[in-house]
Ligand binder design. Sequence first.
Ligand code: SF4
Length: 225
Amino acid sequence: MTAVAETVQAPSERRLRITEIFFSLQGESSRVGLPTVFVRLTGCPLRCTWCDTEYAFHGGGYRSFDEIFDEIATHGTPYVCVTGGEPLAQRECLGLLRELSDRGYKVSLETSGALDISGVDARVSRIMDLKAPGSGEVTRNRWENISYLNASDELKFVLADRADYDWACDVLAQHQLIGRCPVLFSPVQGKLAPADLAEWVLRDKLPVRMQVQLHKVIWGNVQGR
Ligand code: SF4
């Protein structure tokens, strides 16, 4: 009994610092376009040069798991995306991902690739970045994470210029990533023209999914969308 009691999480620990919870269309990944509830966790240990969610670095407020579940349920969709910031920077995120999956949600996690993803519930689709040099955070890539990726996960490269594109192609080849999971190539808005990236992908016949951020096409770069 004692051992069991020690592993049960105290109710007060089942909480997370949250920047926002909102309902929108999934703007990226293979789930693009699907009505989705986003749970944006506060905090990130990285500082990508082109980060578009700097407002999530600080602030936010603590919400219990039950409060989070209640708000998600009001939107009536099975799709939940846990994002940030860097969600895995908060230890309790793993519990949230597990309990959302227990409740039958189709859960995705957007993560920088800088932290260990091995503890993420197997039912969760991990959308993991590999940071290219243009991000300023290439040294933060946790290369061991690649071995944990499977067909239900996705690997995302956000590219600022041609040098980033060449780097990503080299990484795909060196780590034999094609076939391990879907691969996403995204241009940094305002730095790399989508048409240029599209031309490069077509010219090289790369079996990757070129994507732009649908929510920004529709609404622009606004918080809560
Ligand atoms: S990992 Fe994501 S949230 Fe963190 S600085 Fe980079 S883009 Fe921003």
